[in-house]
Design a protein around this ligand. Sequence first.
Ligand SMILES: [Fe+2]
Length: 305
Amino acid sequence: MRPKTLIGSTAAAGAAVVGYATVVERNWFALRHLDVPVLRPGARPLRVLHISDAHLTPGRHRLLSFLRSLDALQPDLVVNTGDSIAHPEAVQPFLEALGPLLDRPGVFVYGSNDLYSPLPKNPARYLWRTSANDRKRHSPDLPWAELGASMAAAGWLDANNRRGRVKAGDLDIEVAGVHDPHIRRDRYEKIAGTADPSSDLRLGVLHSPEPRVLDRFAADGYDLLLAGHTHGGQVCLPWFGTLVTNCGIDPERARGLHRHPADGADDDGRPWLHVSAGLGTSPWAPFRLFCRPEASLLTLVPRAS
Ligand SMILES: [Fe+2]
């Protein structure tokens, strides 16, 4: 093949991949179904809808449509692990898309992108560095308080550096959460202490799955930890998987259901960790490759013993 032809073919293939990642896969929403054996023997299953990282901007009609469809799953509990908005005018469309989900029991924490509007940047740079130190502004400029107040007014538990109790299905659930560890807003000392062993389930929630915080939830006896932030790597390779996580979690646990810590015996009491690959992307990195946007329906079922 002539050099000019080779260059032309390579450029055409690259453009096709970028087009697919930006136009097709970014809007190709998946619903993941997972069973989590975390309840006491004999308990009735509980359906938990886990959403994260919508990064909503006006005009994302397919994303809004997918969000609207999720109430039909009839979850017993909804957990939103943050980064819901990416624009000052995204709060109302996000709430309207949640719609009747807000009438169900719910829990939320913030991600850094609920506070700070996205800044233009090289969309590929997350491959070699994290965004943890990107927040040069002193004050949040997105309406995170309006977002949180609306979800709380609907009855969802604000778990940002807080503990609380949620009744969902037949279960009395102890919930604890932290504000986003990615920007060091977590204050675990405010929620520290052994999780109530008399509750039916002990649930920890956070945006960025930083191991230093996951370790503390595990030490306090939480059964199930839910997080987002990673976007599953956002750009993955076939047969290889996640390249980067943009936080301290290892690439193997950047999405899906695992245990924390990663290593140990099956019955040693380590909590389950579910990391959502999320629904969206930063508007300045509007693509996903081999890592479809997702929501997850976790069916909590009894442990084997
Ligand atoms: Fe995110």
